[in-house]
Design a protein around this ligand. Structure first.
Ligand SMILES: [Zn+2]
Length: 281
């Protein structure tokens, strides 16, 4: 065999063919993300993210695969995620925590004529869309209307992690962690608990931010406060950052340090927007 005469890998030909098919159907401004799996299937997500939406086609695809396939998603997300759009910080952070590789295939290649004769390139691949997955109901205890101080907010976070029931949708292996959103005056806006047992994307803060967006369709209000059990990881920090309309006014307070590598050098810590709760004397 001579060097330099190698054919492109079959996967690459299939990826280009899928990219072309998806590009044909994309609406104006829509970004497509897809992942080719063995067995002639590719999963894709496609939409045009709105301002402050804590979701992109890349993150919807990754979290959708975890939501649908549970622990089986582990083998799926080893494959590269391909996106037609510019890779965002949120995409990168998501891939760090819940997938492996991300690559831009932009611009998507022009559609090829069907009968090119190139073996493999026109192999039929079934395209399956990952849409907006419903967020399961969280079995949260009833919440007070407001909290009067940072200490009271952290007490509520601790209380939530103790009292949240482990409902049928929650992975039994999920650690007890929770997150709380208030406005600047302490009015309680949302709460969530960690459901990341088999689904790596369902950290408490991620659930909190996604739920806020689903319920309200807008970014976090000015002066938003996020309280959580642990220092937010890269993915959760990027979600909070993406949804924040008033970055000067944002404050994130966590109860305990997370020494893990995924919680270091996040967009929140890099911008000095988070702090450890120090109990009042
Ligand atoms: Zn996290």
């Amino acid at each position: 065999m001579r060097l330099g005469t190698r054919q492109p890998p079959a996967d690459m030909a299939a990826e280009n063919s899928i990219a072309a098919r998806l590009a044909r159907d994309a609406g104006p401004g829509e970004t497509t993300a897809f992942l080719l799996v063995s067995g002639g299937r590719a999963y894709f997500s496609r939409f045009r993210p709105l301002p402050y939406q804590p979701e992109t086609p890349v993150t919807r695809l990754i979290s959708g695969l975890w939501a649908r396939f549970g622990s089986q998603a582990l083998s799926l997300v080893r494959r590269p995620v391909l996106t037609s759009g510019p890779i965002t910080d949120l995409d990168r952070a998501f891939v760090k925590v819940a997938a492996k590789r991300l690559r831009q295939v932009a611009p998507f290649p022009a559609p090829q004529p069907m009968a090119t004769g190139a073996a493999g390139a026109q192999t039929h691949v079934e395209l399956l869309e990952i849409g907006e997955e419903p967020l399961p109901e969280e079995p949260l205890p009833s919440l007070p209307r407001s909290v009067s101080s940072e200490a009271a907010a952290i007490r509520l976070v601790r209380d939530l992690q103790e009292r949240a029931r482990r409902g049928p949708t929650r992975a039994t292996s999920a650690r007890r962690l929770s997150a709380l959103l208030t406005d600047a005056e302490g009015l309680v806006l949302a709460a969530a608990v960690n459901s990341a047992g088999t689904d790596r994307t369902r950290h408490a803060e991620a659930e909190l931010i996604r739920r806020w967006w689903r319920d309200h369709g807008r970014g976090l209000p000015p002066g938003a406060r996020v309280y959580c059990s642990l220092k937010p990881c890269k993915m959760c920090a990027a979600l909070i950052w993406a949804a924040t309309t008033d970055r000067e006014g944002l404050r994130v307070v966590f109860d305990r340090w997370d020494p893990g590598p995924l919680a270091q050098g996040t967009v929140l810590s890099d911008n000095g927007l988070e702090q450890l709760h120090l109990p009042p004397d």
